[in-house]
Ligand binder design. Structure first.
Ligand SMILES: C[S@@+](CC[C@H](N)C(=O)[O-])C[C@H]1O[C@@H](n2cnc3c(N)ncnc32)[C@H](O)[C@@H]1O
Length: 208
């Protein structure tokens, strides 16, 4: 891993993922997490302030980047429930089958290289009645925006630590073995020029 990935990318992700519109999205989904929670791709821990502490028993905080986990530390230390960091890829969830009530994933399905394997793992660890809660950016509904997403994707992947602009999130969630329960979509508020990066999908899904 080079200097950019170790020193600059964590700052870039922390800054771009903490703007007002994204915080507003977090407020819509993170409080849905309950019981034993597995969060995939915790990053710098930006979701921690939004958990409903009365509903959460424990969070397994999976994140492969040591630098991101280090950045997440103060946010982890600020919550009242126990948090167990798991310094692993989302394709290698080390938890037992049917052991968690909620899997939370935000702005990370865009980045995981083998996203289907990761989703299959998320489904494996969910208890019967458990839910996947997600909020992601991805493939836009407008052909003109999609053309830009496809054009920009190679460079975006390089500067964004492997992030893809054009993943069809609901299709991937279904392919990973889930049935979508609720789904909302919109371009986040902001200038139209940012539509290539800010079409959001959020909702819940259960093992199919
Ligand atoms: C854009 S950040 C989002 C972080 C956080 N979920 C949030 O909402 O702020 C994407 C995260 O995915 C992590 N990531 C990269 N490859 C991954 C993988 N194979 N499995 C799980 N997470 C991964 C990155 O290290 C990064 O922290």
């Amino acid at each position: 891993m080079g200097f950019y990935e170790r020193k600059i990318l964590p700052w870039v992700i922390d800054t771009t993922c903490s703007n007002k519109a994204v915080r507003y999205q977090r407020r819509k989904v993170v409080p849905l997490a309950e019981g034993q929670v597995l969060e995939i791709g915790v990053g710098s821990g930006l979701n921690f302030p939004f958990y409903d502490e009365a509903k959460v028993e424990r969070v397994f905080a999976l994140e492969p980047s040591a630098e991101m986990l280090e950045k997440a530390k103060p946010r982890i230390e600020a919550v009242s429930f126990p948090v167990e960091p798991l310094a692993l890829d989302g394709e290698q969830i080390p938890l037992d089958e049917k052991s968690v009530d909620t899997v939370l994933v935000t702005y990370t399905l865009c980045t995981i290289p083998d996203v289907i394997a990761a989703l299959e793992g998320m489904r494996r660890v969910l208890k019967p009645g458990g839910r996947l809660v997600f909020c992601e950016h991805g493939l836009a509904p407008d052909a003109g925006v999609v053309r830009w997403q496809n054009r920009l994707n190679p460079i975006w992947q390089r500067i964004g630590g492997g992030c893809n602009l054009n993943r069809d999130i609901p299709a991937l969630v279904k392919q990973g073995g889930f049935k979508i329960e609720t789904l909302d979509t919109m371009y986040l508020p902001g200038p139209n020029i940012l539509h290539f990066s800010n079409f959001n999908y959020w909702g819940t899904a259960v093992p199919a």
